[in-house]
Design a protein around this ligand. Structure first.
Ligand code: ADP
Ligand code: ASP
Ligand code: MG
Length: 811
């Protein structure tokens, strides 16, 4: 025989209850069916009684809903006729009793624990009668007659021995289907109705299975089995095929609601497998919980669970060091008052012991501990004991963690990099569970980061905020869209764009955006994109593994980096403003990133997608020294000096560069050398030189006063330079030389200026808008290292930004 337990949701609706009927009737061995109250009814019974107890007449409405649920259910599932009428009468009698009890409470405004226990028992009594009538040949048994409790520490606890004996007697002869209300029991002395605690129907089923040596215990619920995490919190949680009793116990004890914790022990003791199945998907494989799993080499971590209801109480003081019996007194005082402790952490210096308890127990725990240690507190040996509230406890569980080095390191490293502070932690010597306490606000992020990034998910997730969707940003989004699938399949990397921001609007979503029509969505749903909104939304989202990608040229956006890095958000910038700003600011950003364990990357600040900054970094990290940098770093200027000819005057080339989108929207930024100066400053800094923009010597080719006034004035005046340029160009042509705007760093001195290069110079043949860089280093001295290629263009720049993003994912 086997025991099958159906939870509240399995008997909550017409469809589900009919599914229960099919599942039970197709069993090919005798079954004992244990049912919960109709879904939500236990909560409703408790609420209604509380309302009545404070004299709130609206309790009647609540009660009517309880009546309605049952009456309607019967109408829907039992065919009209004598059977239905007699069942409605039976249910009606129970509901009338209940009505009288509520009325009594309302009148005397008092609700004793005993009455409360009586009230909640109606949930299972009603549901079990309905299901017994529905299932062919089912015989109803009253669990109050064989599940017996006794009072210990003011709580009803099972009298296992007596119950065991009574269950055996009750089921001496087994019908094909026995139907039992779960959860409810009675006191072994008084016979008063009691219960096994919220979620206790699972326990009822386990007790019966163990007493009768069942072949299996099946727990039918509303999910596909025991999952790697609560699917309501972690959307990527998946079903675990097999768990050991130890693993299941650890997970349930820490909040995996799918099985009520005391359920496991009785069946584990008898080596009866527990099978978790989905009433709504009976063909699914579900989860089997047994002594040993068949694949001993499975992942080290099986699952994660959490309790978002934690207070931490710390007993501390120098007077505790080396004193024997302090812990004994702590636990004795708590036990005497029925306070359950689920986490203990003591430093080896012995000057503090931290204890995790439920929020509801925190006040009483502090009170009894302050009383216990009153003398020591008065003497100053121990500090007054206080509770730290609104915390959450997370546990990662797996028997294969045993003897696997590096799990704790990886766990805490991951949390740290995501800015999650661990307040206390504990790992038992059994090594099957590592638990830690964090602020409640960090719970969701902690669960996500552990689940999706490191231990359980098949994918590593990177959450991206893309700021700026102009030519570079737009191109980047398109590249991400095209690569998403491939990266997921081949690299196990899931790129999630969770924020899209342009100058006018911003939108954010934890679930990520569909990149096919993000522009329309931004127009429709975006909110105003003020700097404050952007900052608050991103920081407030507090999402794990996140990267802010700046594809703007905005100083305001660049001013956000510091705050973002401080919140453990990596920054990838195509924007050059921050890296070329005051040296102190540049250094601060790099330092914060390093301290926080996140990245600040800006490869595309120089030479678009060319690997220039990374190369300099690699050289320096391996002990080389950059002696000299010579480079053509402006695609725009190179384009201009390559285009200028007898037919195309200087002023026209500038216009063409703008039309081709090589130049900055305001081409004066290129012509004034500002853009090249910024790039040179960034390279020099990365090469180890402390340098500011003002330190760069400028030899310009457009007079300074052309940069004053408006852009319109500039366009009007610039043709006046054409004649002079043409004259100089003709000389140059005769000498077979080319103009190049060269940035140079030599002996720590930086300069930019127009240079005439002859045919044997490496810069002579630089085509179009290309960039070139020569690095003379201690190792590359005689023949400098040369990097050359497209130095501008949305596609290559976006690809460079993409490469920075990928290096953060580190796949
Ligand atoms: P029932 O009414 O069938 O007893 P419960 O609500 O008590 O159902 O338990 C099932 C619920 O437990 C699921 O709907 C799910 O949200 C929650 N849950 C929490 N942690 C887990 C987990 N690790 N695996 C599966 N379900 C979980
Ligand atoms: N109906 C009870 C509850 O909601 C017992 C159970 O469902 O297991 O807690
Ligand atoms: Mg349950």
């Amino acid at each position: 025989m086997k025991v099958m337990k159906f939870g509240g949701t399995s008997v909550g609706s017409v469809n589900s209850i009919l599914s229960v009927k099919r599942i039970v009737e197709s069993a090919d061995e005798p079954v004992i069916v244990v049912v919960s109250a109709l879904g939500g009814i236990t909560d409703k019974l408790i609420n209604t009684s509380k309302m009545a107890a404070v004299g709130d007449s609206a309790y009647e409405g609540e009660f009517r809903e309880i009546v309605y649920r049952h009456v309607e259910m019967i109408k829907e599932v039992i065919p009209a006729g004598e059977k239905q009428t007699s069942l409605q009468r039976q249910i009606g009698e129970l509901l009338n009793e209940l009505k009288d009890i509520f009325q009594g409470i309302y009148l005397i405004k008092d609700l004793s624990p005993k009455t409360s226990d009586t009230i909640v028992s109606y949930g299972e009594r009603l549901s079990s009668i309905i299901v017994a009538e529905l299932i062919e040949g089912a015989e109803w048994f009253d669990s109050r007659t064989f599940i017996k409790t006794e009072k210990k520490h003011n709580k009803h606890t099972l009298d296992a021995e007596l119950t065991h004996k009574l269950v055996k007697e009750a089921f001496g002869a087994l019908p094909k289907v026995a139907l039992v209300p779960g959860f409810i029991s009675s006191d072994k002395m008084s016979g008063d109705v009691t219960n096994l605690g919220r979620g206790g129907s699972d326990y009822t089923a386990a007790i019966i299975a163990a007493a009768l040596d069942a072949n299996s215990l099946e727990i039918w619920t509303d999910v596909d089995g025991f999952m790697t995490a609560d699917p309501r919190v972690i959307s990527t949680a998946y079903t675990i095929a097999e768990l050991t009793y130890v693993e299941a116990t650890e997970l349930c004890n820490f909040g995996a609601k799918v099985v009520y914790p005391p359920t496991i022990y009785p069946v584990c003791h008898k080596n009866i497998p527990i099978i978790i199945k989905n009433t709504f998907n009976p063909d699914g494989v579900g989860t089997i919980i047994k002594q040993e799993v068949s694949n001993p080499h499975c992942k080290a971590i099986k699952g994660i669970s959490s309790i978002n209801d934690t207070s931490l109480i710390t007993v501390q003081g120098l007077g505790m060091v080396g004193v024997i019996g302090v812990n004994y007194r702590i636990f004795k005082a708590l036990a005497k008052n029925g306070i359950s402790v689920f986490l203990v952490s003591q430093a080896s210096s012995e000057n503090s012991t931290s204890i995790g308890v439920r929020n509801a127990d925190a006040d009483l725990a502090c009170e009894v501990l302050n009383e216990e240690f009153a003398k020591e507190i008065e003497m100053g040996e121990i500090s007054p004991i206080l509770a730290e509230r609104n915390l959450a406890t997370v546990a990662i569980v797996g028997e294969n963690m045993k003897h696997t080095p590096g799990i704790a390191g990886k766990l805490f490293g991951t949390l740290g990099r995501n800015g999650i502070n661990v307040i206390a932690c504990a790992q038992g010597a059994s090594e099957t569970n590592i638990s830690f306490v964090v602020d409640s606000k960090s719970l969701r992020k902690s669960l996500n980061v552990i689940h999706d990034s490191f231990f359980l998910s098949e994918y590593q997730v990177l959450n991206l905020f893309i700021c700026g969707i102009g030519t570079v940003g737009g191109s980047l989004v398109e590249q991400i869209r095209c690569q998403q699938q491939k990266l997921m399949m081949e690299n196990g990397l899931k790129l999630h764009v969770v924020g899209i921001i342009d100058a006018a609007k911003a939108m954010f979503s934890r679930e990520g955006f569909d990149l096919a029509n993000f522009r329309e969505e931004l127009q429709e749903k975006g909110k105003d994109s003020s700097l404050q909104t952007i900052r608050d939304e991103i920081v407030g989202m507090n999402i794990f593994n996140s990267v802010f990608v700046d594809c703007t040229a905005s100083p305001d956006i660049a001013s956000l980096y510091k705050d973002l890095l401080e919140h453990n958000i990596s920054v990838v910038a195509a924007n050059k403003i921050a890296a070329s700003s005051a040296y102190e600011n540049y250094r601060d950003l790099k330092t914060i990133a390093r301290q926080r364990g996140v990245k600040y990357l800006f490869e595309t600040n120089v030479g678009a997608g060319l690997p220039i900054i990374n190369t300099i970094n690699d050289l320096i990290h391996s002990g080389d020294k950059i002696l000299k940098i010579e480079a053509v770093l402006s695609g725009t200027l190179n384009y201009i000096f390559n285009k200028i000819s007898a037919d195309i005057p200087f002023s026209r080339t500038i216009k063409m560069a703008q039309e081709e989108r090589y130049s900055e929207p305001d081409p004066r930024i290129d012509l004034s050398g500002k853009d090249v100066i910024r790039k040179l400053v960034i390279l020099a800094r990365e090469a180890g030189y402390r340098i500011e923009q003002e330190d760069v010597e400028k030899n310009l080719f457009v007079p300074n006063d052309f940069f004053e006034g408006s852009l319109d004035d500039f366009w009007k005046r610039v043709p006046s330079l054409d004649a002079d340029f043409e004259a100089r160009r003709q000389v140059l042509e005769k000498e077979n030389k080319h103009w190049r705007f060269v940035a140079k760093l030599e002996n720590g001195k930086a300069s930019v200026g127009l240079q005439e290069v002859g045919a044997n110079h490496p810069f002579y043949g630089l085509e179009g808008s290309n960039n070139i860089i020569l690095l003379t280093t201690e190792r590359y001295k005689e023949y400098p290292m040369m990097i050359q290629g497209y130095g501008a263009g949305a596609g290559v720049t976006a690809a460079g930004v993409f490469a920075d993003i990928m290096s953060i994912a580190n796949v």
